[in-house]
Design a protein around this ligand. Structure first.
Ligand SMILES: O=C(O)CCC(=O)C(=O)O
Length: 303
């Protein structure tokens, strides 16, 4: 597979996305790029002697060259530009890795319920760096579910990869309509931030590696606490604090910017909703304190 020169979407593809809330498979990386980027990610893990931790998997583009390259990849941005226009922010990234045979999963949820962005459309480009199949626990979606925000509960279930184990109760889902967005390494899917999605455990013999990039139009308003984002194409007109591209920064500067960005983000991610009871509020407070403590420790140990 080679990377397309101009990866803008056709009007049929844009229409499909608007109606159904998703699009796949889209070839964005050449085979050699996909192999190289996976090798760079795993080379870093080898050097530190363990897989990337929860903090490193969040906003990885502020830390690692492979992630910086992916969020700026022209083929990914061309497709995203067709959906949200020429001024584009990378709001967040999440690396979702499931080890071979691991029971990690992602419950069916909608991202829009807990992100601090006021926009009609935040689009996730989910880039496969290993085979994403039904067996390896690829993303599962409910088509055209992006038109209504459903109620979800926080389960904090053990193997759930989501920060609060956010889950839409099964009675509110239609499993007969759900489909797997299977991808080869180097392909991506796009999904709207209100689309119902999740994924099952990885029963294959390889790791399943998906890099989820959250793009938003650079006109988006910020709601809740202040947060930062990186301008990756065009001009910024948003209420976000601008991040600096990691490439020219030293390791120490990268870690400082990353920890500062995560601290800002945590204030929104762990903010209790109006319906939260006191146990839930306490739990969110403790999770936030733990995350903040860990980020301070990381920053100090990088000095
Ligand atoms: O990678 C997965 O299994 C889930 C991804 C996801 O929840 C997301 O991209 O929002």
């Amino acid at each position: 597979m080679t990377s397309p020169l101009n990866a803008s979407l056709s009007s049929e593809q844009v229409q499909h996305y608007r109606q159904q809330g998703y699009l796949f498979p889209l070839p964005v990386l050449s085979d050699t790029e996909a192999i190289r980027l996976r090798a760079e990610l795993e080379g870093g893990e080898k050097m530190q002697g363990k897989p990337l931790d929860r903090l490193q998997c969040n906003k990885s583009y502020l830390l690692f060259d492979w992630a910086d390259e992916l969020v700026h990849h022209p083929a990914i941005l061309d497709a995203v530009e067709s959906l949200i226009g020429p001024d584009i922010l990378c709001y967040m990234t999440n690396l979702f890795t499931k080890e071979a045979g691991s029971s990690s999963y992602v419950s069916m949820h909608q991202d829009a319920a807990y992100w601090g962005v006021d926009a009609d459309d935040v689009v996730t480009a989910w880039v496969a760096l290993s085979p994403a199949t039904a067996e390896s626990g690829v993303m599962k979606i409910q088509p055209s579910s992006h038109k209504t925000l459903l109620q979800q509960v926080n389960t904090y279930a053990k193997d759930n990869l989501l920060s609060r184990g956010q889950e839409i109760p099964v009675d509110n889902l239609d499993s007969s309509k759900q489909l797997y967005m299977e991808l080869d390494p180097g392909q991506m899917s796009l999904h709207h931030f209100q689309l119902v999605h999740g994924s099952d455990a990885n029963t294959s013999s390889d790791r399943r590696i998906g890099f989820a990039i959250r793009y938003v139009a650079a006109t988006a308003k910020k709601i809740g606490a202040e947060e930062s984002a990186l301008l990756v194409r065009g001009d910024n007109h948003s209420g976000f604090i601008m991040e600096q591209r990691a490439k020219p920064l030293s390791r120490r500067q990268r870690i400082q910017q990353h920890t500062q960005a995560l601290r800002r983000q945590m204030h929104n991610l762990f903010e209790p909703g109006d319906e939260a009871n006191w146990q839930e509020r306490l739990r969110l407070k403790a999770t936030k304190a733990l995350g903040l403590g860990l980020s301070y420790w990381k920053e100090i140990s990088a000095r």
